[in-house]
Design a protein around this ligand. Structure first.
Ligand code: 13P
Length: 257
């Protein structure tokens, strides 16, 4: 399975600065068949960026979209509108759950809309610091995964990527460094939930990413976790040296394997 490295630029970079970053990434990152590199800029710059990148080198992702295909929903952009533009949409990011009150049910509808529009959703799951302290991690992950996938068939689930992002490890919040040994049991849990829902083979084929304060120094530790297929990178993805360093590490690991 190819390694997937996604750069979530969050609400950073205007059109000019995004274009500058893309130029630098284009220069630094080589086309590599064993690693998929995906950029997730803000909605406004998706279109201009799509014309500037080499699509054989970079995939594109939106950071959010609305689950209804069309209608009177002021301020929203639908998956249908994005379908010819992006390969992925990030769904259920913890910043959306926390700041915009997105519930598991809202996220389930978005996952369904994404798949309906032939876009791969990157479903983000993860527990908060408080949930972790209360030993609720496994229940939280179970609820998030089962609700989000509730309406999908086993063919549709093929398109889904799941990113485990413990909220306490994301730089926006506490940004503690998660140990790879903390992550592995949660990856196992996610695969076992998917296996219970869709069978062993589907669970084996599922692409699982880690996200939370990933840098070029720490990425290989995470990529070496059993069952880890890539990384969802926040802060480090808007620094071209850091992000190309991360891609480089992913490539080196893949070549060694
Ligand atoms: P950081 O890499 O800044 O911790 O962000 C992780 C993240 O939220 C990616 O979606």
């Amino acid at each position: 399975m190819k390694t997937l490295i996604v750069g979530n630029w969050k609400m950073h970079l205007n059109t000019h600065d995004a274009s500058l970053l893309v130029k630098r990434l284009n220069d630094q990152i080589k086309t590599q068949r064993s690693v998929d590199v995906v950029l997730a800029p803000n909605m406004l710059v998706l279109q201009p960026i799509s014309l500037e990148i080499d699509r054989r080198k970079f995939g594109l992702a939106a950071q959010n979209a609305y689950s209804v295909d069309e209608g009177a929903y002021t301020g929203e952009v639908s998956f249908t509108m994005l379908r010819d533009l992006v390969d992925y949409v990030i769904v259920g990011h913890s910043e959306r759950r926390i700041y915009f009150n997105e519930s598991n049910d809202v996220i389930r509808d978005k996952i369904q809309a994404s798949v309906r529009n032939e876009i791969s959703p990157i479903l983000c799951v993860g527990e908060t610091k408080q949930e972790k302290l209360q030993h609720e991690t496994r229940r939280v992950i179970h609820d998030q995964v089962t609700t989000a996938l509730a309406n999908l068939t086993s063919e549709e689930i093929d398109k889904v990527v799941i990113a485990y992002e413990p909220v306490w490890a994301i730089s926006t919040f506490q940004g503690e460094q998660a140990k790879p040994s903390d992550i592995e049991p949660i990856f196992e849990l996610i695969r076992s939930i998917v296996s219970d829902l869709y069978g062993h083979q589907v669970a084996e084929n599922l692409r699982l990413l880690y996200g939370g304060s990933v840098t070029s120094d720490t990425v290989s530790g995470y990529l070496k976790i059993r069952g880890c297929n890539g990384a969802l990178v926040g802060g480090a993805s808007i620094n071209y040296k850091e992000f190309s360093g991360i891609v480089e590490q992913a490539y080196a690991l893949k070549n060694k394997a």
